[in-house]
Design a protein around this ligand. Sequence first.
Ligand SMILES: *[C@@H]1O[C@H](CO)[C@@H](O)[C@H](O)[C@H]1NC(C)=O
Ligand SMILES: *[C@@H]1O[C@H](CO)[C@@H](O)[C@H](O)[C@H]1NC(C)=O
Length: 190
Amino acid sequence: MNKRRICYIVTGIISILFIIFITVLILSQTVFKPKYPILQTLSSTVDGVSTHVSPPLDVQLNFTLTLQMLVKNPNVADFAYKTVENSVFYRDRLVGNLTLPSSSLPAKGSVILLCPLVLQIDKFVADLGDVIQDILQRKIVIETKANMPGIITVLGIFKVHVKTVSHCKLELSFPTMAIERQVCELDAKL
Ligand SMILES: *[C@@H]1O[C@H](CO)[C@@H](O)[C@H](O)[C@H]1NC(C)=O
Ligand SMILES: *[C@@H]1O[C@H](CO)[C@@H](O)[C@H](O)[C@H]1NC(C)=O
C-alpha cells in the first residue's frame, strides 16, 4: 500500500467515527433527551376516621389518608426510582410518613401507586389549641409531599439522576374528614 492509500483509509475511519459521534450526540439531545418523570397525585381518599374531642385538652384525630399516585416515564429510556417518600404535614409538623419501595419503569411506562398514610394528627402537634381552632372552624388543612429520586438510563449507558417532588395541599372538613379541595404541584430537577 502506498502512503496515499493509507491516508484515504485513515481519513475514512476518522470520518465514520465522527459521524457516529455526531449521530449519538444528536440522538441524546433529541429523541433520547432525558425528560422529567411525572409524579402526580390523582386522588386522595380518607377512611377509618375516628375522632374524639372534648376541649380543652383531649383531642384525638385518627384517620387514614390514601393517596393514589401516578408515576409516568416520558422517556425513550428506562427510569428507576429509588423510593417514593411520602410525608404529611399539619401546621408544618410531620404527622405521618410512608416510604414505598424502589421499582423501575420501561420506556414510556407508567404505574399507579397506592399510598395509605395512617395519621394521628393530635399526637405530633405542639399546640392542641390550634387543632381545636381548626375543629371549631370545621376545616383541617394538611400538606403532603412526595419525593421520588431516581435514575434515567439513556441508551443503556448514560445515567441521569432526577429528583421529582410533588406537593399537595388538602382541605378536609371536620368531622367527616371529607376532602373539600386538593391543589397539587409538580417540581422536578435533572
Ligand atoms: C387514635 O389512635 C391511637 C393509636 O392507635 C389510639 O390510642 C386512640 O385511642 C385513637 N383514638 C380514637 C379516638 O380512635
Ligand atoms: C415516620 O416513619 C418512621 C418509620 O416508619 C416512624 O418511626 C415515625 O414515627 C414516622 N413519623 C410520623 C410522624 O409518623
